[in-house]
Design a protein around this ligand. Structure first.
Ligand code: GLN
Length: 287
């Protein structure tokens, strides 16, 4: 069987198993099996697979068919144009989270952001994307999961960002040494009732947002005192239908703050950005 035939066969199998984007996934899996770059694969489409390669490819296609994400099989995921190592200790970065990075970079261009904290960094994709585009910024990245922080460390090293990002172990904002200009977070926000059925591949800790999905996000909002500088920014990713709940909590905590809701490419309100007025205090704590 040639590489081209293997690709065609995998596409059919994955498509019939209702795997979205079967052509792209087939290519990722074949490149992974043959250890080829995209260009190399296309130059070698007519080469015959060895029996071992055929067997290995069949096995990865079967794993994919049984629901294991391609990113865990290949141990790679692209985010914001960068290649990240991922494994089952971390959530696989989603393209919609690039909204957070884009917004943070726009804010930083205006010159007001020098310290950034990413809460729940997982594989480190957001923090590292920011570090590479903002050479002057001091960046903290926290996670409650030590295995996740190990993955983040691998990625910091891979991208030469190890001395730019301080990885901190702990709950939410607790490990931060002080207040920062920007807090950015893609916390777990999947409603309990909508968690993926077994077999679960991604860490539940990174997905489970409690009954309405906003438990973790609300907890972060309530712990912001002393962690966000006056004039600072908070960027949060939220799940579908969650922006009214989180927005009203934020207005309650920060009367007078400006809050913007940004939809993702599917039109779902996905990112909340809050800008704190200079010298604004948390209403909850200032009375
Ligand atoms: N966007 C992810 C999903 O829908 C969830 C990510 C998260 O909980 N932060 O599976």
């Amino acid at each position: 069987m040639t590489a081209k035939q293997a690709l065609g066969r995998a596409r059919e199998i994955l498509a019939s198993g209702n795997i979205e984007d079967a052509p792209l996934e087939s290519e990722l899996l074949l490149r992974h099996t043959l250890k080829l770059s995209r260009v190399e694969l296309y130059l070698e489409l007519d080469r015959a697979l060895t029996p071992q390669e055929e067997k290995a490819f069949r096995q990865v296609v079967e794993r994919r068919l049984s629901g294991e994400p391609a990113a865990y099989i290949t141990r790679h995921r692209e985010f914001y144009g960068l290649d990240f190592y991922v494994d089952p200790a971390v959530l696989i970065p989603r393209p919609e989270s690039e909204l957070l990075v884009e917004k943070a970079l726009r804010l930083a261009q205006n010159g007001t952001i020098s310290t950034i904290a990413e809460i729940g960094t997982g594989c480190g994709a957001i923090a590292i994307s920011l570090a590479l585009h903002l050479p002057q910024a001091r960046i903290y990245a926290t996670d409650i999961s030590l295995p996740a922080l190990k993955v983040a460390r691998v990625n910091c090293q891979r991208h030469g960002a190890a001395d730019r990002i301080r990885l901190l172990h702990g709950d939410m904002l607790d490990p931060l040494p002080g207040a920062v200009d920007l807090i950015i977070a893609n916390l777990p926000y999947v409603r309990e009732s909508e968690l993926p059925p077994p077999p679960q591949f991604e860490p539940i800790l990174a997905l489970d947002g409690g009954a309405d999905g906003t438990d973790r996000i609300r907890r972060l909002c309530l712990k912001l005192e002393g962690k966000l500088r006056p004039g600072g920014w908070l960027l949060l990713e939220v799940g579908e239908g969650q922006s009214p709940t989180v927005t009203s909590l934020l207005y309650h905590l920060f009367p007078g703050a400006k809050i913007e809701v940004t939809p993702d490419l599917s039109g779902i309100d996905r990112m909340l950005s809050l800008s704190l007025a200079p010298a604004q205090q948390l209403a909850l704590f200032s009375t």
